[in-house]
Design a protein around this ligand. Structure first.
Ligand SMILES: Cc1ncc(COP(=O)(O)O)c(C=O)c1O
Length: 425
């Protein structure tokens, strides 16, 4: 933020002064009307105006770190202010459950608020899954070579401590369904869990969640998805996809505050997945004198301790923002930009596309590398042109990942393609 913007923004918050026009959070009724009117240009312009993103930069990394729109930022401030005025322990239960209710609706028509625990993000969620399941020495877990460090470190930690065995497969980038076969080949009578990304952070590949779920169910294996790149990034229904456990960070595609996320547990499995941190909110009742404890009967059992509840109330606002525009509309917008970029990359000499060959398994994140330039050099070059992307070192891929979200437009696709053409010479 430059000096001018800083003062403008600070003024906007101090003492509830009238907000400068360009920092005024959009009225959701207006946004809804615009979305219904079908005027794409006007809608996306209004959406873009809701972000503080530095106009000098083209931000193409929502897959790395999301940005909050003004209604969400305002919500954090409003809740924080009212709490600081009259500090009181615990959180407003009604508002807390309202946030869960909204999130559950976003995740699909059959998901209920009781299936969701509000946690800090995917790193915490995968660690609850890895450490909360009753895995013993020699039990095998299948995962891919394209996972985030949250999954890798979580699994290695349990391997070092308890002797679980990690079985790896290289994602099939040619055939989405080929991944089901690759997983099936690793299954034996010691396999207990399949834990993979919903959408990988490396190439933006979407795994065929329904088919893997079916396989896992047939074999009596738990199936968990690391959905850090799932909700709002790709359309899906959490209950219909049949997954047992699902976790996500909502700061990315949902555009909620940082350090918000959730853990979903399929109905009937709460007692299978033990909380790994317990405290206030985890239990329905506990009596240390009698040595008794009853865990909370919902996924609240994965919550504990004092919360920065303003963040989670603002998560509810982020869901409102997304729903007002429409998840399908957002998907169509982001997908169209990503596909135009994908096609454009094919025209640039020396570019090797790393994202899946089948469109159905691609997401709004596209990865590539250049035969002529090392990936760090490509990123340096793009930075000079003020394009913010993410380098991917995971799985030894050494490539660049470009994410397209609601703040982006056709001009951004043109800009990055032109920049890459310049580099390619
Ligand atoms: C696939 C995947 N899993 C887990 C994480 C970790 O998310 P967080 O740092 O928000 O916990 C990320 C973050 O980029 C990710 O892409």
């Amino acid at each position: 933020m430059n000096r001018k913007e800083f003062f403008k923004w600070t003024a906007a918050f101090i003492g509830g002064l009238a907000l400068p026009i360009e920092l005024r959070p959009v009225d959701f009724r207006l946004l809804k009307d615009l979305a219904a009117a079908g005027d794409d240009d006007a809608l996306w312009q209004m959406v873009r105006d809701q972000f503080l993103l530095d106009p000098e930069w083209t931000y193409l990394n929502f897959g790395g770190l999301g940005a909050c729109p003004l209604p969400v930022l305002n919500s954090i401030m409003e809740w924080t202010r009212s709490e600081e005025r009259a500090p009181s322990a615990g959180h407003d239960e009604k508002e807390w459950w309202r946030a869960k209710e909204k999130l559950a609706a976003l995740l699909g028509k059959n998901c209920s608020k009781e299936d969701i625990g509000l946690i800090s993000g995917a790193t915490e969620g995968v660690n609850v899954i890895i450490n909360g399941l009753p895995l013993k020495r020699g039990d095998e877990v299948i995962t891919s070579t394209h996972e985030h460090v949250a999954v890798n470190a979580g699994l290695l930690n349990r391997m070092q401590r308890d002797g679980i065995v990690i079985r790896l497969f290289d994602p099939d980038l040619k055939s989405g369904l080929g991944n089901v076969d690759r997983i099936a080949r690793l299954i034996n009578n010691r396999t207990r869990l399949i834990l993979i990304s919903h959408v990988t952070c490396t190439t933006g590949q979407r795994f065929p969640e329904k088919e893997i779920s079916k396989l896992a169910r047939e074999k009596g294996i738990w199936f968990a998805l690391d959905g850090a790149q799932g909700p709002v990034c790709v359309p899906f229904d959490i209950v219909e996809c049949g997954v047992d456990f699902y976790t996500a960070s909502t700061h990315k595609w949902v555009m909620a505050p940082k350090r918000t996320g959730f853990l979903y547990v399929r109905q009937g499995l709460l007692d299978t997945l033990r909380p790994i941190v317990a405290g206030g909110y985890t239990t329905e009742k506990n009596d240390i004198g009698k040595g008794e404890m009853v865990l909370h009967p919902t996924a609240q059992r994965y919550e504990y301790g004092t919360q920065n509840d303003a963040l989670f109330f603002a998560l509810g606002k982020a869901v409102d923002f997304v729903e007002t525009i429409g998840v399908d509309r957002i998907w169509q917008h982001n997908h169209a930009l990503a596909e135009r970029f994908y096609r454009g990359l094919k025209e640039i000499p020396g570019v090797e596309i790393m994202s899946p060959e089948e469109e159905a398994y691609r997401s709004p994140m596209i990865s590539f590398r250049m035969k002529t330039h090392e990936y760090s050099k490509v990123n340096e070059h793009l930075s000079k042109d003020k394009l913010r992307v993410r380098s991917v070192g995971e799985g030894g891929l050494n490539c660049i990942r470009v994410s397209f979200h609601i703040c982006n437009h056709d001009g951004d696709v043109t800009k990055i393609l032109e920049s890459l053409k310049k580099l390619a010479g």
